[in-house]
Design a protein around this ligand. Structure first.
Ligand code: 1HE
Length: 280
């Protein structure tokens, strides 16, 4: 199936309206906003959304400049594949300093995703390989359909991960599985990845965008401080010693509970006006 992005009236069409301003000028991204949800689609399907330097810089720019009204982001890739990783046509021999700086450029861009202003849901299909998996790992929630598969072909290409993969991917699937992927070229299916913890939601074919939009709409209604704490405090607490982690948790909990938004929500619950927790 070939995608015509300009005339995409299918269920893969991005919800909402195209944004204006800085984000509209990023030619490798398609950016729409629907209420408080930003839909950001990597739009380089002829190259399987391979991450060129320009694309990395545009992603960085987009996540540093999310509109203040945005409370959740859905990140997708145009066409049949989420992302083919590093643009291998740009892989040039670099001196050591330039090579480190190149990797650090990826780190900065993906840190802007992980530690940005709003939680990011990656909606994936087809190949999620190399730097594409590193990108997905920087997101907060991952949705996949049965066409999705995961690989780290760096081993075959004579490379190593350089976009944060060695830090983030073992935290999702474990060091042993990542070692296997890199040494043997093993590819994991969407079902494998769900079992291993890299996929949060496995949906029917073609249902990823709808699921991502539904999750984002729900997240966008959370108290802003809770989303902030989950994005910024939780991953740091996990890296702290238990004693430091418990102390940081107490500070974060106190800050969150003392926001006017939290106080209002607690009053609503006590007055019977808030939703109960229901069995799914
Ligand atoms: C690319 C890239 C790319 C496709 N860089 N141009 N990543 C990889 O090793 C994955 C390499 N790509 C593939 O294995 C396949 O392309 C896919 C499985 C992703 C898709 O297959 P398919 O049959 O749908 O497409 P294709 O015919 O292979 O590719 C279509 C075009 O996209 C073709 O260009 P064309 O000008 O000949 O049409 C491909 O050259 C181009 N293309 N993938 C450049 N990756 C910070 S370190 C991170 C290190 C890594 O990410 S290493 C892993 C790199």
């Amino acid at each position: 199936m070939k995608y015509n992005i300009e005339n995409d009236h299918s269920k893969n069409a991005l919800p909402g309206e195209p944004v204006s301003g800085l984000l509209a000028n990023l030619n490798l991204l398609q950016v729409h906003q629907h209420d408080a949800v930003l839909h950001l689609r990597i739009n380089r399907p002829t190259k399987r959304n391979a991450l060129s330097d320009e694309l990395i810089m545009q992603l960085h720019t987009a996540f540093l400049n999310l509109p203040t009204s945005v409370r959740a982001v859905v990140l997708t890739g145009a066409g049949e594949h989420f992302c083919a990783g590093l643009d291998l046509s740009e892989l040039v021999e670099r001196n050591s300093v330039a090579a480190v700086q190149h990797s650090r450029m990826w780190h900065a861009a993906f840190d802007a995703i992980q530690y940005g202003r709003a939680p990011v849901i990656a909606v994936m299909q087809g190949a999620v390989v190399g730097g594409g998996l590193e990108l997905a790992a920087a997101c907060h929630i991952r949705v996949a359909d049965p066409s999705t598969y995961f690989g780290l072909p760096e081993g075959q290409r004579g490379l190593f991960v350089g976009g944060g993969g060695s830090v983030r991917i073992p935290r999702l699937i474990g060091t042993s599985r990542m070692t296997d992927m890199m040494l043997t070229g093993r590819v994991f299916s969407a079902a494998d990845a769900e079992r291993f913890g890299a996929v949060n939601y496995l949906v029917e074919a073609g249902e990823g965008l709808a699921k991502g939009a539904q999750l984002a709409a729900s997240i966008s209604k959370n108290a802003e401080m809770t989303s902030f704490a989950v994005m910024h405090a939780l991953p740091r607490i996990v890296e702290q010693s238990p004693s430091e982690g418990l102390f940081t948790e107490s500070l974060m909990a106190a800050i969150a509970a003392n926001t006017p938004e939290a106080q209002d929500r607690l009053k609503d619950f006590l007055n019977g006006k808030a939703a109960k927790v229901v069995k799914s």
